[in-house]
Design a protein around this ligand. Sequence first.
Ligand SMILES: [Zn+2]
Length: 485
Amino acid sequence: MQDDIVIGLEIHVQLSTKTKIFCNCSTDYIDQEPNTNTCPVCLGLPGGLPVLNKKAVELAIRTAIALNCRINSTSIFHRKNYFYPDLPKAFQISQYDLPLAEEGFMELIVGKSKKNSKIRITRAHMEEDAGKLVHIEEKGQIVDSLVDYNRSCVPLLEIVTEPDIRSSEEAIVFLQNLRSIVQYLGVCDGNLECGSMRCDANISIRDSKSHQLGTKTEVKNMNSFRAIKRALDYEICRQRKLIEDGEKVSQETRRWDEANNQTVTMRSKEEAHDYRYFPEPDLLPLKIKDSWVNEIKDSLPELPVDRKERFTRDFGLSDYDASRLVEIKSLGDYFEEAARDYKDYKKLTNWILSELLRYLGEEGTEISSSPISAESLAELLHLIDRKVISGKIAKTIFEKMFKTGQSATDLVQKSGLTQISDKEEIDIIIEKVIEDNIQSVQDYRSGKEKAVNFLVGQVMRHTKGRAQPDLVLNLLKEKMNKLEN
Ligand SMILES: [Zn+2]
């Protein structure tokens, strides 16, 4: 059967407020003593009353506007009831049939074919996070389970897409774009590994002809773009095989098992009625004035899509280069800072996207703590352009700059790696090379043009790569043409 892949995503974005969504406790839950940032409200003690954090609503609205959503002038908080040890009230305050925002979209350009897609966003609603369970293991066995409520009540924005995504690649591009957007907006650091952005995926296979939808499964527990890609690909294969074998896909929630590279059954899929939603009696309906929405709209910073357009327009970069530079905000900032000092933008981009990203990746360093500052990189590139060092030597210097944090000029002076542009010095070396390689010289003179490349190589070897190849080539040819027969 010809089939289509049908994927919808649910993404939880942690909103970067200082205090929690319904109380004044700090949202800092990483590296804190367990259960220190808590109070009766976020511990769910009797009598604790939630008070909505205005900043959280503002950040949620910022995000929803950037995702082209309609902001509802009234939205309602509901109780989503379920029992789990990390949820002290035995319900989560969330939104249900009247969410903060609805009917948005994101436009994407996907893959080498540059396919344009428009992914519709069903809704974006606010809710509180749960606490965190910590399982103590001994010899591979869980011997104790502890709970830390520091994360309880941290504000989240849940973004739900329509099932418009048609491949795992498209899902990743959507998520990368979303991460860029929340970073640019300053509403979330977008870190999947630390869980400040979390993604669940609904996957099913549809018959292309009848458009008959297949049964969907939900996959959870994916902590990186790589894990999401592999989990989606695995699940697509698994469902296709079941269908081919005439078996049924069961509706369930599955977990990505990173260690074994597969999705495994977690529980049967719950339905909305399982949660017995009802309006939260301790919170008033959330009323949002148009004037406030407009104020937030006017204060939005430049978004990745606009920045990319500006980079192609003002710096003459290709779509591809510009997309890569703007994807991570701090990388785009780095480029712009270096571009103030260095105007060969294409060359600058190449150095950032190849050398710099490679070293940062190898060391696991963020661009914001790069040992080579934007200014330093510009300085190195100027040294190449002024022919003080060759491009090849510049790569060695770059490595030293990365390891020591020293400036290019200092390192070049110390290492004596400056390029030889003194004609007389090169002349002496050329004469020696000619003497030592009579056969190649004769080959060249009898019409084998290529023989000259070998001779250039010899000169470069003698100068340890410090001569300018163009100059060497010209001098060599000049000398050989003058030789007596
Ligand atoms: Zn609290």
